[in-house]
Design a protein around this ligand. Structure first.
Ligand SMILES: [Zn+2]
Length: 232
């Protein structure tokens, strides 16, 4: 490193100190994104090992999902909530990939027992993705795929319309609205495959349900769903 670039490095650390994404403490080394305290307090659900867990129940009677789970509970005002917020709004793409790698570690056993052939992120509206610079679900997929050495593609599912105005609509109208906006690029890419759909936070499950139905309509063999976090 040249003298000039080491000065720039020192200056950037002075003005943008390297801190933990979960608690803002400086108890992290220069490459660590989450401190040891926050890492050990992350609220793992263990749902990937539990049949009929709370996420699977969301989809009961709605769409035939093979397995569904979230890796963490989304607890308000917790380190995980701050991490998710940073991934979404603070241009923290490496943090997204890192959290994906934690998901991958937690899913190793699941992948052994459920041969997933393709990992797909839930698509974001193009305008949102452009404004943010990335789709946070794609970052999670990058991290997962690196750990479980599986194929991930972010160009198979895409989204057309913005559903931001859907809050005033009835549940059925909302479902139809969401269902309309997802499209598939080429159905041969999903044909006869067991697909894992990945999202950041699952709340109502409406978007995941619409994507799962679209994949099944296009002859995917089966669909499983996982998210980083689950809002209790
Ligand atoms: Zn921390």
């Amino acid at each position: 490193m040249s003298f000039a670039s080491s000065c720039m490095d020192a200056l950037s650390h002075l003005f943008f100190p390297h801190v933990c994404a979960g608690c803002s403490s400086d108890h992290v080394d220069s490459v660590q994104m989450v401190c040891t305290n926050c890492l050990s307090s992350l609220p793992y659900t263990g749902f990937q090992h539990i049949n009929n867990n709370a996420i699977e129940k969301i989809f009961w009677g709605r769409t035939p999902i093979q397995k569904a789970f979230s890796i963490f509970y989304y607890i308000p005002d917790s380190p995980l909530q701050r991490i998710v917020h940073q991934i979404k709004y603070n241009n923290a793409s490496s943090l997204g990939i890192y959290m994906g790698s934690l998901m991958g570690e937690a899913m190793k056993d699941f992948f052994l027992h459920h041969p997933i052939e393709l990992i797909l992120p839930m698509p974001l509206h193009p305008k949102k993705e452009y404004a943010r610079g990335y789709n946070q679900a794609s970052l999670l997929c990058t991290g997962i795929a690196a750990v479980v050495t599986n194929q991930f593609r972010d160009d198979v599912l895409y989204r057309l319309e913005n559903t931001a105005t859907q809050t005033k609509k009835s549940r059925i109208e909302r479902w139809e609205n969401v269902a309309e906006v997802f499209q598939i690029k080429d159905s041969s890419l999903v044909h006869s495959k067991h697909i894992l759909l990945v999202d950041d936070v699952i709340t109502t499950g409406a978007s995941a349900e619409a994507c799962a139905n679209l994949l099944l309509k296009n002859k995917a063999a089966s669909v499983s769903i996982c998210s980083l976090a689950y809002t209790i």
